[in-house]
Design a binder for this molecule. Structure first.
Ligand code: ADP
Length: 718
């Protein structure tokens, strides 16, 4: 080795020796001054050496602690005993927590770190006292818990109040109590920037600021904007220049002996799009002394200001709801009033209806006729008292009963056809015979009038039946009398007529011209008298029901031809042209009687026509009233160009012995019974007959007959 190399080696060894010394010194200093307890223990867990912090922790001086087993100071077992003495797992630090008792029996929670075998069979134990931080953390937690409880208690109190005024009062009172502040107030800022104190809790020693308005210079608009953005002011000493209060503001607060103040804004968000609006300020004052406001106090004030803001929104919502409820209540009251009015009107209407029903019943009960209303199911819905008097059934008993139940099967059979006709919409009139409760028979004239609503639906019908038994009896007597007289007259009249004819031949002697003339007059009168008697007898026979109308299918053309032929001679005599327009239509009729009606009408037409005029006989198929789509009846018409008939006489001439001119019977040789007989014949066929006229221009007499194919039960002879 060269000298140089030896020197280099020597200086290197010196250097590393120095380094080691330095390191040792560093470790010793660290070991000595470390805050954490550091000890060297052997394989048996006996203390070999330790620092000052370890002596403090375990409560013994270093000399006494050396050689002591670790187990003396720890509660329970050391968590990790070496598997066998001297063999901790290599290169692995053990960590955990232990409960250590000092020699003075002071227990402490420590965190340990054991680094095994830092020297062979020697291990480094590091103990850190963690009882202190744990306690302070627990104290902190307890305090937080108390604050949360306090806050929820105050919040609950605030929420329990529904009235805003009460909420504000509770807030200032509670804040004043919790913060032990000298004054707590709420200052309400109006939209125009002005405002005033609206709630306050203040100790009796200090003046009240209730209703006080902050002057504009101490509470300018820019402050309001800052507060609206959420500014919070915590001032420990208003006179401290660091607080930065304007002189005017310091002067203002001095008036009220305010030394410290804490201000938090009460901000409202009106809706999602609008900006925050400053509603007011929650302010705490300390007047006795300066005050350093702590975080908790600031937090409490802010949270309560938020609660007020929520309460405000709720109050506004409530106010809005109350408005809606008020409007709705007013509407409902209106509806109620209207309903009440409607009910009153209805009650009045019902009372009026009841009254008019009673009156109607009173009137109908006083009438000696049967009055009823029958519904579309043929059930009685109204009857007058006469039903009780006649049939022995009270209106109450009859109400709801079917016609068949009330009248019995036989009687119902007779009325059924008319009831059905009425329910199809036609008014009907017929005569019937009924048996009363005492067993006596009565003839009644019955009228049914259909009850048709706006939709043309038949809902029922009104029935009126009047007793015509007396009239019938008189008519029968009169008819019998006329019949007897007519029969009695016919025989002598026939002999008289024959005698006059013989006298006229001159076989019994020649008569003077005057005598011949008188004979002519007597013959004419006899012919007229014979016709009258025959007509009276015809009418009487038809009305008495002795005539049997035997309907069958007849050809209208044949009837017309026969009638025209029968009247041809008379037409020639009166120099009248008779024109017929026959058609092959099958009608349901008794040919003899229809011929009688046709010849009667033709005879009248010829009689009342001037010479050289024309009389027409026509026939047509037409739609009846019951069926609008297809023809159901046949109309015969006899038209002339004669003198015509005044409008007011058109219906009257169908009554017995009625003539337009009373001299007609003499001049035209009429009896005034021809049209009456015609009407009876046509009605027996269920047809109608009527006259139309244009006075001076002529008349038309028309009648209907059923078509054979359309005949109904009602058209059949009864
Ligand atoms: P009469 O036997 O009197 O003709 P009717 O009953 O047949 O009896 O007629 C009654 C009255 O009706 C007649 O007297 C007449 O005044 C009037 N009359 C009937 N047919 C016609 C007619 N075609 N033209 C004008 N008047 C008529």
């Amino acid at each position: 080795m060269s000298k140089r190399s030896k020197q280099r080696l020597k200086s290197g060894a010196k250097k590393s020796k120095n380094q080691r010394r330095t390191q040792k010194h560093l470790i010793q200093t660290l070991f000595k001054n470390a805050h954490d307890a550091i000890a060297l223990i052997d394989d048996r867990l006996y203390f070999v050496d330790m620092n000052l912090a370890a002596c403090d922790l375990l409560g013994l001086p270093r000399q006494k602690l050396k050689g002591q087993p670790l187990s003396t100071f720890i509660a329970g077992q050391f968590p990790r005993q070496p598997k066998e003495e001297g063999s901790f797992p290599p290169g692995q630090s053990l960590m955990g927590e232990l409960l250590v008792s000092s020699s003075a029996q002071i227990r402490k929670e420590v965190e340990y770190t054991l680094t095994p075998n830092i020297l062979p069979h020697f291990h480094l134990l590091l103990l850190r006292d963690i009882s202190q931080p744990k306690e302070s953390m627990q104290a902190e937690l307890r305090q937080q818990q108390q604050r949360v409880e306090l806050f929820s208690e105050v919040t609950l109190k605030i929420r329990q109040s529904l009235q805003l005024k009460e909420i504000l009062h509770t807030t200032v009172t509670e804040v004043q109590r919790i913060l032990q502040a000298d004054r707590v107030l709420i200052y309400h800022v109006l939209p125009d920037g002005t405002g005033k104190t609206i709630s306050e809790a203040v100790l009796p020693d200090y003046p009240t600021l209730m209703d006080l308005e902050f002057p504009q210079e101490v509470f300018p608009e820019e402050y309001q904007q800052l507060y609206a953005q959420g500014r919070v002011r915590a001032i420990a000493n208003v006179h401290d220049p660091a607080a930065g209060l304007a002189d005017c503001l310091v002067e203002f607060v001095d008036q009220f002996h305010i030394k410290a103040k804490l201000i938090v804004p009460i901000v409202q968000t009106l809706n999602a799009h609008s900006q925050n609006q400053l509603w007011g300020l929650l302010i705490a004052h300390q007047c006795k002394s300066d005050r350093h406001w702590v975080d908790f106090e600031l937090e409490l004030m802010q949270q309560l200001a938020d609660q007020i803001s929520i309460a405000l929104s709720q109050a506004q919502l409530l106010e809005h709801l109350e408005e809606i409820v008020e409007v709705r209540t007013a509407e409902l009251q209106d509806v109620n009033r209207n309903l009440q009015q409607e009910i009153n009107v209805r009650m009045q209407a019902e009372a009026a209806l009841r009254q008019s029903e009673e009156q109607l019943r009173l009137i109908t009960n006083a009438l000696p006729v049967l009055i009823a209303y029958v519904d579309e199911k043929q059930q009685y819905r109204f009857n007058n008292q006469a039903y009780h008097d006649w049939l022995g059934q009270s209106p109450g008993e009859i109400y709801g009963c079917h016609l068949r139940q009330v009248w019995g099967e036989d009687c119902y059979q007779k009325m059924q056809v008319y009831v059905e006709k009425t329910l199809s919409g036609q008014a009907v009139n017929y005569e019937n015979d009924i048996i009363l409760k005492d067993g006596s028979w009565r003839s009644v004239d019955v009228t049914y009038i259909p009850d048709v609503d706006d939709q043309k639906t038949v809902k029922g019908f009104f029935a009126l039946s009047s007793d015509i038994s007396d009239r019938k009896a008189i008519e029968r007597m009169k008819d019998e009398f006329i019949s007897v007289i007519s029969h009695e007259l016919r025989t002598p009249l026939t002999s008289l007529h024959s005698a006059l004819k013989i006298l006229a031949t001159g076989r019994l002697g020649t008569l003077s011209d005057e005598g011949q003339q008188m004979l002519g007059i007597a013959d004419d009168s006899t012919v007229r008298l014979v016709r009258l008697v025959n007509n009276v007898l015809d009418l009487q026979r038809i009305e008495s029901g002795k005539v049997i109308i035997e309907c069958q299918a007849c050809n209208a053309a044949n009837l017309m031809i026969q009638a025209a032929e029968a009247m041809q001679a008379m037409a020639q005599q009166h120099e009248v042209t008779l024109v017929k327009q026959p058609q092959d239509i099958s009608v349901w009729a008794d040919a003899d009687y229809i011929l009688q009606a046709l010849t009667n009408l033709l005879s009248n037409a010829i009689k009342f026509s001037s010479p050289f005029s024309t009389v027409w006989l026509t026939v047509e198929q037409e739609e009846g009233s019951s069926n609008q789509n297809s023809p159901t009846e046949v109309v015969f018409r006899v038209r002339d160009e004669g003198q015509g008939i005044p409008a007011d006489q058109l219906e009257r001439i169908f009554e017995r012995f009625q003539q337009v001119d009373s001299s007609d019977s003499r001049k035209k040789g009429g009896t005034g019974l021809g049209l009456t007989i015609c009407r009876k014949i046509i009605e027996q066929h269920n047809g109608k007959i009527w006259a139309e006229s244009n006075p001076g221009c002529g008349s038309t007499f028309a009648f209907t007959l059923p078509l054979t194919e359309n005949r109904t039960n009602a058209d059949l002879p009864t």
